[in-house]
Ligand binder design. Structure first.
Ligand SMILES: [Zn+2]
Ligand SMILES: [Zn+2]
Length: 392
């Protein structure tokens, strides 16, 4: 896969470094992993990290492929009665295996395994390579790790993998909900883009057209093929993963999640925190992002209408400039439908009051200017929330 180019001096005033040096998403990716480890002198004692699901999906085959190529890996498989959680227990468990002095940490999994490994690599200073088992989120290339610390979600600075490998047949065999989550995470880039441009226009936040362009290109390619988002389609699963990795590269090169995460992500994080507090099982990150994108797109539509009717020339001007960057809520909902993904809070099993509360509280999750803050500043948020909720 062709990676976006580094730009050490960019027209936005920033510099965009790329830590990732290879992404291989093709049949035979595991053989390519063996060659990569050898070429980079990481083949003496690699540690493959998986859980009981991803072991069957890919790690067993990865270990066999490495052995056939003359590399003997160590293996660590997390075994849990329910879902593996990226918490103190998991991190401690992996730390204990490091006494065997691995040459490189190789995560074989999706978000959870990759994040546990990423954080362990950043603390131990060991090299880190990722094998992707599902096209489920844009975090593979990321340099931050969302972890659960003392029962709370915390996103900690961490490291990007130096290479990512994905076998299309493995990606296509992942459960439908994981593909839907990847699709939802990409859909969220539409409102993330609107929020970034809004922050640029309203409060003078810096914006990078270069990064925006390559994230846009990735997003549109995969969204317009929504009907193909079904298990058993290796070509689509592989290209969805490429789109997600490019979005993740946007985050890594910006050194900040601004190009790929706005108010729709604040909703998803807010629901996740509520679910953790209540001990409820929660849908996947990207499934929540997809549903939140429809709600935020609707908020944009209402704010655009009010801005057009207001006497505030600057506000009218800002919304005019945003123009086509504001996604239509019907369009977002129909794309989720085509992808077979949940499109409403009730499809996700999220209570209605969590949606109402998210409009009021999610913006305080982090200091970032979004449509939620603008609506609140203008005194329009409560009305808009009532209207959106009444339409649900
Ligand atoms: Zn996301
Ligand atoms: Zn730039």
């Amino acid at each position: 896969m062709r990676l976006p180019e580094e730009r050490l001096t960019c027209s936005c005033g920033g510099s965009h470094r790329l830590e990732l040096d290879a992404v291989v998403i093709e049949n035979g990716a595991l053989k390519a992993l063996a060659s990569y480890l050898r070429q980079h002198s990481l083949d003496k004692n690699p540690l493959l990290i998986s859980d009981d699901n991803t072991y069957e999906a890919s790690a067993r085959q990865a270990a066999e492929t490495l052995r056939a190529e003359g590399i003997t890996p160590q293996e660590h498989v997390f075994v849990r009665a329910g879902e593996l959680v990226p918490d103190e227990r998991a991190l401690g468990e992996l730390m204990l295996t490091l006494r065997n002095r691995p040459s490189v940490l190789v995560s074989v999994g999706a978000g959870t395994i990759t994040d546990i490994t990423r954080y362990t690599a950043s603390i131990s200073g060991l090299p880190f390579v990722a094998v992707a088992c599902a096209s489920s989120m844009d975090g593979y290339a990321s340099s931050v790790a969302p972890l659960i610390c003392a029962g709370m979600k915390e996103t900690l600075p961490s490291v990007s993998p130096q290479a990512i490998f994905g076998d299309p047949d493995v990606l296509a065999a992942a459960p439908a909900r994981m593909l839907q989550a990847g699709f939802g995470d990409l859909l969220g880039k539409l409102t993330a883009k609107a929020d970034w441009l809004l922050g640029h226009a309203w409060i003078g936040e810096s914006h990078c057209p270069y990064e925006q362009d390559f994230v846009d290109a990735a997003v549109m390619t995969y969204l317009t093929r929504a009907e193909e988002c079904r298990p058993g389609n290796p070509a689509y699963a592989a290209s969805l993963l490429e789109g997600l990795i490019i979005s993740g590269i946007g985050i890594a090169m910006a050194g900040d999640s601004r190009p790929a995460s706005g108010s729709e992500h604040h909703f998803a994080h807010y629901w996740e925190i509520r679910a953790l507090k209540d001990g409820r099982s929660i849908p996947l990150h990207g499934q929540k992002v997809g549903v939140a994108t429809v709600l935020i797109a609707r908020l944009y539509e209402l704010m655009q209408q009010r801005a057009a009717e207001s006497g505030d020339a600057r506000l009218r001007d800002v919304f005019q400039k945003l123009g086509a960057a504001i996604p239509r809520s019907d369009y977002c909902r129909s794309l989720l439908g085509k992808a077979g993904a949940p499109a409403t809070y009730s499809d996700l099993g999220i209570p209605k009051d969590w949606v109402i509360d998210a409009f009021r509280e999610a913006m305080h999750i982090r200091e970032r200017f979004t449509i939620l803050r603008l609506a609140e500043q203008q005194g329009w948020l409560a009305d808009a929330t009532d209207r959106i909720i009444s339409e649900l």
